[in-house]
Write a protein of this length. Structure first.
Length: 278
C-alpha cells in the first residue's frame, strides 16, 4: 500500500522530513540543470570558471549553496528566486544557519565566489535594486539546459554533471537514470531511506515503486541475512546496507512504467560504487 506522506527530492525539492532520520541535512537534490553551479558540493571551481560568470550569477550561485542546505534569506530578491526553484525548501532562519553543514568543496567555492565579488568592486551585483529582474540568471540556466554556454559565460562547457545525495552520515552520486523522466521520490524513516520511481508511484494501483532502501543497523549482519542486499560499510557503530525489493513494486501491464522502473532498479547498483561514509 502506498504511504501517504511523500517527499519529492528531484522534482519538487525537499521537505522537513529531511531534517529527520539519519541526521540528514536540509540538502536538496535537484536535477543538475536546475543549478547554477551543479558541482559545488563535489569539486572546486577554478578562478577562471567563476570569473567568467556574469556578476548577478556569481551572487546567486554563492547563495545557491546556502539554499541547498535549506537557508532562508533576508533579501526579497533571493527569496523570490529560490522560492520558485523546484528543489528549494527553506527551513532554517538566517540567524540560525550553521555554516558547519558545508563540506570542504562548498566552503572553498563560497570563498572563491566571495573573492570574485570583491574583485568586481563597483561592478559587483547589488541585490534588491529597484526594478531588479532575473533575466541574466534565467538565460544562464537556459544555456546549461541546452548544453551550451551563454555569450557571457563558458562555465558549462565540457562540464561533467554529477548530482550528489548527501546526509550527515553518507553521500552517493545519484544514478543518471534516476534523474530522467519524472525523477525519484525519497522517504526517510528513523533508520532507513527508501527511494521510489516517481512514475510507478503516480500510476494507479497499490504499487509504491520502491527501487531500493538504505538501511542503518547497529550491529553487523551478513548481507545474506537480507533477501537481497549489498553491504555498504560501517562507521561509528553504524552498519549500512542497500536493500532491494523482492516483490513487484510496479504495474507490469503499464509498459512505460515498467521500463522506467526497470531502468532505475538496474541503476541502483551504481550506489554501491559511489557510496561514501562521512
Amino acid at each position: 500500500m502506498k504511504r501517504r506522506r511523500r517527499l519529492i527530492v528531484v522534482i519538487c525539492g525537499i521537505a522537513a522530513f529531511l531534517c529527520l532520520a539519519l541526521g540528514m541535512t536540509a540538502l536538496a537534490e535537484p536535477k543538475a540543470y536546475d543549478l547554477l553551479l551543479p558541482d559545488a558540493a563535489v569539486r572546486d571551481y577554478t578562478e577562471d570558471e567563476i570569473r567568467a560568470l556574469p556578476p548577478q550569477v556569481i551572487t546567486y550561485a554563492k547563495n545557491e549553496i546556502y539554499a541547498l542546505h535549506g537557508r532562508k534569506f533576508v533579501s526579497q530578491e533571493l527569496t523570490a528566486w529560490f522560492n520558485v526553484q523546484p528543489w528549494y525548501y527553506g527551513t532554517v532562519e538566517p540567524e540560525a544557519f550553521d555554516p558547519g553543514v558545508f563540506n570542504a568543496y562548498e566552503t572553498a567555492n563560497i570563498a572563491a565566489l566571495e573573492k570574485a565579488e570583491q574583485e568586481l568592486g563597483e561592478n559587483a551585483y547589488t541585490l534588491d535594486r529597484a526594478g531588479w529582474d532575473t533575466q541574466v540568471v534565467d538565460d544562464y540556466l537556459s544555456a546549461q539546459i541546452a548544453g551550451g554556454s551563454s555569450s557571457e559565460s563558458g562555465i558549462a562547457d565540457g562540464m561533467e554533471v554529477r548530482t550528489v545525495f548527501s546526509t550527515d552520515y553518507f553521500s552517493f552520486e545519484i544514478p543518471a537514470a534516476w534523474m530522467e523522466g519524472a525523477g525519484y521520490l525519497c522517504f526517510p524513516e528513523a533508520d532507513s531511506i527508501s527511494f521510489c520511481c516517481q512514475e510507478a508511484w503516480d500510476a494507479a494501483g497499490p504499487e509504491d515503486g520502491n527501487v531500493c532502501t538504505i538501511l542503518r543497523q547497529y550491529e553487523y549482519v551478513e548481507p545474506d541475512y537480507f533477501p537481497s542486499a549489498s553491504y555498504l560499510g560501517t562507521k561509528n557503530d553504524s552498519y549500512f546496507y542497500l536493500l532491494y525489493p523482492t516483490d513487484v513494486r510496479y504495474d507490469p501491464s503499464n509498459e512505460f512504467v515498467a521500463q522506467r522502473y526497470s531502468a532505475m532498479l538496474e541503476a541502483a547498483d551504481e550506489i554501491v560504487t559511489t557510496f561514501e561514509l562521512k
